[in-house]
Each structure stands twice: as C-alpha cells, then as structure tokens.
Design a protein around this ligand. Structure first.
Ligand code: CP
Length: 306
C-alpha cells in the first residue's frame, strides 16, 4: 500500500518512515520529469515566515504557482498583527480560514508543532529555530540520490556550525534510514548536539569527530557544508578566531574521490570559496533547484492530489 500523506503535518524528519521518505523522493522524481501545471488549481498556500528566507519561501511559492495554486502570506511578521501582540496560535487560527495549507518558519524551536496543534489545516515546518528543517532534508536526500545514483551506505561529512544548524540535525537523523557513515567537523563549542549523537548511537549509525577536512577528504562521497549561524550565537561567543579554519578552498579537494559532491543548504556567507564553484565537485546550486520539485511533491501529496 502507498503511504498516505493527505492532510498531514510535516514537522520533523523523524515523523517519516524510510518507506515514506522513498515515496516522496519517487514522486519528486516524477514531478521533475513531468510538470503538473494544473494539479493544485483552486488551492491556497499561506507562507508565514517569521524569519528571513530566500530559497524556502520562494521555492514553496513557486511550487504552488507552477501547479496552478495561489499564495498568500508574509515574509516579515512585523508587518502583521504580531507586532500588536497577537499570539502565534491566534494568528494560525485566522490563517486556517484563508488557506488550505500553511508553511511556517519561526525562530523558536517547537513553533511549527505549536502552529500545527492549533490549526485545522496541514502545517509544514520550514525551519524552527535550531531544531529541524525537514523539507530541506528531503531535498538533500533527493539530490544525494541523484548525484550518487544511490542513497545507501554513503560516507557523508558535515562541516561548520553543527550545533545551531538545523539542516544538519535533520540530515543526520535521516542518515539512520540509509546506513550512512558520518564525519562531523566543527569549531569548538559548535559540535553536533549530544541528543542527536545519542540517537545516532542508539540507531547504530557510525560517526566520528574531526578537526579538519584534510583528515577525511579521501574517504567521503558527500561534503555537506554549513555556515556559522551567528544570528543564533550567544553574544559572548567568539568565532572570529576559528572562522578561517572552516573555509573550503579548491586546493583542499586535490585528494577527493571523483564522485565527491559538495552540498550546502545556502545561503553561503564565506565558507566555500568562489573557486570551488568551478570544480566538478560543486553541486549546491543544483541542490537548491531540487527544492522546488520536492516542495511541489509535498504540496501535491498533502493536498491529496498525488
Ligand atoms: N536553505 C534554506 O533554508 O535557505 P533559506 O534560508 O534561504 O530559505
């Protein structure tokens, strides 16, 4: 039996089974091959962004419009009645009358779940604080499968701010479905959180911690780079000293496997030098493009049209 996503909330990657993830990737592949311009005609998406975004907000918007639907919403909550003191739950209770599905990004961990709890229409988490970014993980997995021709048993390194970067939390958790071997490279105090490491240990996923890319570059199939999430740092935190150790240069790729691909959820600040873009390893713009197809698949599935 096919997994059923109709009217479901998408809050965390752990909400899915492996079978469900593979089904979404399969539908994404079909949508990438064949456009569905009228699939969501008459449906309305509410894009509620309480935090900045380029890719996630605009790709959801594009996904809905490319399938014939329409979009309402805001990209700056200060232009809404939140500025007057309206609560998240009251805001969601209003929006459920105006739209068929809500996409929410919020700086607080748990806000997407809170929105889902008080809304009668489906809610998709587009990033809640440092917690989760499940649709990013689905597009990451789709891209990994596409560029490696498989998902199982890959060696994946994650480098950068692994503490505050929600994309690496969701991706590390998804790795347990596919028996990935994980390598974590981060500045001191920005390591992968203990609870995620404990979860990986319980699921028997192998991982190790490293100081530099050079230690593992010959072993990996995917290098997943993230920026330092300075907007989430405590004010006293010093990062200027360590920042330069986490800037990827093309010279560091001399010993890379030919199949290595470099991914990044973007935005890039300065953690990948521009000269890397011209190597065959750079794959982050293709990755971002896949966000459109994954989000089309999710909207179609949740609204019961696929
Ligand atoms: N990857 C990602 O979430 O990008 P935005 O912050 O631009 O949406």
């Amino acid at each position: 039996m096919k997994p059923n996503f109709q009217q479901r909330d998408i809050i965390a990657i752990n909400d899915f089974s492996k079978e469900e993830v593979l089904h979404i990737l399969d539908i994404t592949d079909k949508i990438k091959q064949k456009k569905q311009p009228d699939l969501l005609r008459g449906h309305i998406l509410a894009n509620c962004f309480f935090e900045p975004s380029t890719r996630t907000r605009l790709s959801f918007e594009s996904a809905m419009q490319r399938m014939g639907g329409s979009v309402i919403g805001f990209s700056d909550s200060q232009t809404t009645s939140v500025k007057k003191g309206e609560s998240l739950s009251d805001t969601m209770k209003m929006i459920e009358h105006y739209a068929d599905i809500i996409v929410i990004r919020h700086p607080l961990e748990g806000a997407a779940q809170q929105a889902a709890n008080c809304s009668s229409i489906p809610v998709i988490n587009a990033g809640d604080g440092t917690n989760q970014h499940p649709t990013q993980t689905l597009l990451d997995l789709f891209t990994i499968n596409e560029c490696q021709n498989k998902l199982e048993g890959l060696n994946i390194a994650m480098i950068g701010d692994l503490k505050y970067g929600r994309t690496v939390h969701s991706l590390a958790q998804a790795s347990s479905f596919f028996n990935h071997r994980l390598y974590f490279i981060s500045p001191p105090h920005l390591e992968m959180p203990k609870e995620i490491c404990d979860e990986l240990r319980n699921k028997r996923i192998k991982f190790s911690f490293h100081k530099e890319i050079d230690e593992i570059i010959e072993k990996i199939d995917i290098l997943y780079v993230t920026r330092l999430q300075t907007e989430r740092f405590p004010h006293h935190m010093e990062y200027e000293e360590v920042k330069s150790n986490f800037i990827l240069k093309s010279s560091q790729l001399a010993k890379a496997r030919p199949n290595l691909k470099i991914l990044h959820p973007l935005p890039r600040v300065n953690e990948i030098q521009q000269d890397v873009d011209h190597t065959p390893f750079a794959h982050f713009f293709q990755q971002a493009q896949n966000g459109l197809f994954v989000r089309q698949a999710l909207l179609g599935l949740i609204l019961g049209k696929l």
